[in-house]
Design a binder for this molecule. Sequence first.
Ligand SMILES: Nc1ncnc2c1ncn2[C@@H]1O[C@H](COP(=O)(O)OP(=O)(O)OP(=O)(O)O)[C@@H](O)[C@H]1O
Ligand SMILES: [Mg+2]
Length: 427
Amino acid sequence: MPVINWKLPEMVSAAYAPLFNNHSRYLVYKGSRGSGKSEAQATKVIHDIVTKSYVNWLILRRYANTNRQSTFTLLQKVANRMKVGNLFQFNSSLPEITYKPTGQKILFRGADKPLSITSISVETGNLCRLWVEEAYQLESEEAFDTVDESMRGIIDDPGGFYQTILTFNPWNERHWLKKRFFDTDTRVDNSLALTTTYKDNPFLDDDYVKRLLEMKIRNPRRARVAVDGEWGVAEGLVFENFIVEQFDLKQVLKDSVIVHGLDFGFTHDPTAFIEAAVNTKTKDIYIFNELYQIGMLTPHILKWLVANGYQNTEIYADAAEPRLIAELKANGIRRIKKSKKPNGSIMYGIDYIQGFRIHVLPKCLHTIEELNAYAFDKDKDGNWLNKPIDKDNHLMDALRYAMELLIMPHVKTQDRIEAFKQLGLGR
Ligand SMILES: Nc1ncnc2c1ncn2[C@@H]1O[C@H](COP(=O)(O)OP(=O)(O)OP(=O)(O)O)[C@@H](O)[C@H]1O
Ligand SMILES: [Mg+2]
């Protein structure tokens, strides 16, 4: 066996020392983008396995199939960096990692398959460590509880203890994680909640830091979370009435119409496509598919639409790009249409959508991000304006186009705008 000579202070920054010396039942790290959370926590996973023979890890993400690309690969990289990669067996098809000298395991699961979690057993030691990576994506506190509760029983090792680590970007202050681990009045006992930023990560390159700092000027609302690691604020959001949750699409589709919207971008803005089921009776919108990608040329968009089965669907697209629409139409997306986009229609469409409750599947990550960021502007005295900031609105615009079909369908556009102005909402 090689001599292991780890100098932790050189391997992770001081902000992550609690991972290695604090025995709280819960260690919770919220933080900015690139603050080093995942790398430091991966270091702890390997460190605990090698130094504590009773430890087995369960690594949880919202979706099981995202582990292989993220946590599994990261652990492989970190084990190699710690010069112990050869002591582990990496089975990427399961995925699963085994510590060869003892048989201790690092297991990977998703909250989308809860049954596969309650039945876990390990060959040696105890399943006593849980890492919930990107915990913000766990919209259901109950799902977390179910997994967390599966860590129980007597640990044979006299110094043994259970520990759950959560790492995430805190996009919205209304998340259950805030009440449970951060708010003084409600947080659970035996927990330590910490915040890290890019400043806690000495391994970042200057370009990345520069881009983060630019965001503070360009998009301060997003920067609050992505650069400063603070909770995203809900005040001033255009759509407050949304909920991220799993729903049964088959059930939902029974009483709904499906709508599609497409917003074009290229260098800085993404091409954004959204698919939703709308129940106009109960006033519910169910968003269940999205595309969000920068740098897409017309052939790429075409290919994506065809590959995903949207060749014959009615799609309302950004009227500002008639040429792209014509190209897509000429190439077989035969029911693509220009959204009408009459003057004053932005607030008109928003007002209409505000009358609905929006449900979003957790996999629609960019839609969730935009819903958490799309906000009204303020005047110079800090008063809210009846006008959204022209940012974080690509999927939001696509949703507005998609809903066009349903907005007072029997009334002429001009009359609709008039009606809307009379409500005092037009511009
Ligand atoms: N301990 C470390 N050793 C070497 N490189 C590191 C370390 N920590 C972070 N880095 C570098 O910094 C980058 C960002 O770190 P990391 O991915 O851990 O941040 P994060 O806080 O998880 O970010 P996000 O919120 O975006 O998930 C890594 O891709 C890696 O290049
Ligand atoms: Mg991370």
